[in-house]
Design a protein around this ligand. Sequence first.
Ligand code: NAI
Length: 290
Amino acid sequence: MTLFKNQLTIRNMVTNLLEGKKGIIFGALNDKSIAWHVAEKAHAQGARLVLTNAPVAVRMGTIGELADKTGSIVITADATSMKDLEELFAKSLEHFQGKIDFVLHSIGMSPNVRKGIPYAETNYENMLKTLDISALSFHRILQTAYKLDAITEWGSVVALTYVAAQRTLAGYNDMGDAKALLESIARSFGYIYGKEKHVRVNTVSQSPTATTAGSGIAGFDSLVDFSDRMSPLGNADAADCADVCITLFSDLTKKITMQNIFNDGGFSSMGMSQRAIEQYRKSFEECPDK
Ligand code: NAI
């Protein structure tokens, strides 16, 4: 309890980290979305925002509420359309009357996951859509910003990812491939953008989090429970993820680029916990060899 109180005090003490900064936030569908939490925190830290999502998500979700709360405007854009992205950046530059300081890519969707098609029986049209929406969209966003020279020097671009890029987690399906590509794009574009414009490009690898996209993964509840028990610090929630994004958008992390930062309570470095060893032993007592 004391630790919790101290954490709250520290969080409240940090103010105006993004004072005067302007950002574009992709992917706030509803108040469970990680992007929603990032937008709220960025606003609280003094940033001005443009919120964006695909047309269907703007119609079906509650992004308007977030715009009201944060004094932002909403510009609709399908992140797989270069035309939409060009318009989004051009309108944002006009709205802000200047360049953009940070961008959040918080976009993911797999038709194979949605339709319950197993990885070994993948539908390749679906898989191409997964890669286009969840990974190539990051390249498209970076390329659009780069061509328009839309991001300020020492600006920061962050995309959200998952440890399934490095390790196989049953049920994550072709999203694991999409996340591996996403993280690679962060490194490849991060090199070019860093060298030429001093723009940082990073990914944050987040614990499983109960959101619309997350809950679509087969066996998601077990995944959440397993990684929570396996992580020494427990799972990171959406608010924790937002804190890391704010730090990466701020001037406190100017020399961090081309990195994948694990915000997962230590899960990605774990093999087996003491508790899991004990549980594993017990399972043999309950189910002895025949
Ligand atoms: P969410 O469902 O709230 O957000 C996903 C967003 O992607 C939605 O707002 C959706 O409208 C948007 N999107 C889909 N297709 C699009 C398109 N063509 N153009 C523009 N936007 C499009 O779910 P969540 O969990 O907040 O997801 C955000 C990011 O975090 C995703 O990249 C996800 O893979 C990642 N992530 C999520 C984890 C989780 O367990 N929820 C764990 C690790 C990473």
